[in-house]
Design a protein around this ligand. Structure first.
Ligand SMILES: [Zn+2]
Length: 216
């Protein structure tokens, strides 16, 4: 798997939505079975530093829960990008997960001092609770104008633009270079066509041709 592309969303919940994407017009599914889902969760844990897998084993039902959550988050995030209200069903799905597994704060003490950690009443649901909680933070407490879909026509990934000038247009560099290459090709063809028309254009001093044209 291409890790930078897989975690190009810049937010856990967006990376999770991006596990279903497109490449050159073909749909790609990164969590098509339990093993792939667990692999993605472990990778996400490493990349984002969020604890996701309390238990390392795949449990029955996790995959359908993941697909349901992803579908709901996809609707919520796209409603924000498209500035339309989300479906009540999507809100219900995410809120149901948040309600079923409330997280609580814990105080720890280490050499550096007090440390806050988060516990969960249903450790087996830690993974989807963390993804849903990240969506709450993104949708309710972040600048939604920085939430975007990749501008590459054959890409559907979403990302949160944290660049300094907020002008990020593509999820990964590769997506930006495809339209650039197409534009370069178009310019090259236009230039070649222009050069060709100059060669076949009648010379300025060609009186006979000019006269012929006036007589018509
Ligand atoms: Zn892209």
């Amino acid at each position: 798997m291409d890790t930078p592309a897989l975690f190009a969303g810049g937010r856990l919940c967006l990376d999770f939505i991006n596990t279903a994407c497109m490449r050159r017009g073909v749909e790609i599914e990164f969590i098509s079975d339990g093993e792939e889902l667990m692999r993605w969760l472990r990778m996400a844990e490493e990349v984002t530093g969020t604890q996701l897998c309390d238990q390392r084993e795949y449990r029955e039902g996790m995959l359908s829960q993941a697909i349901e959550l992803r579908g709901a988050l996809h609707d919520l995030v796209h409603s924000a990008i498209e500035q339309r209200p989300p479906s009540a069903e999507s809100l219900q799905t995410v809120n149901g997960i948040l309600r079923a597994a409330p997280a609580y704060s814990q105080i720890g003490y280490e050499r550096q001092g007090f440390q806050e950690s988060h516990g969960n009443s249903r450790p087996e649901d830690q993974w989807r609770m963390a993804i849903a909680a990240d969506a709450v933070d993104l949708l309710c407490h972040s600048d939604l104008s920085l939430l975007r879909q990749c501008e590459c026509p054959s890409c559907v990934r979403v990302f949160y633009d944290t660049t300094k000038n907020h002008k990020r247009r593509w999820c990964v560099e590769k997506c930006g270079s495809a339209p650039k290459a197409a534009a370069y090709y178009r310019r090259k063809v236009a230039k070649a066509a222009e050069a060709h028309s100059k060669i076949v254009e009648p010379a300025a001093g060609d009186a006979l041709n000019a006269g012929d044209l006036r007589l018509q």
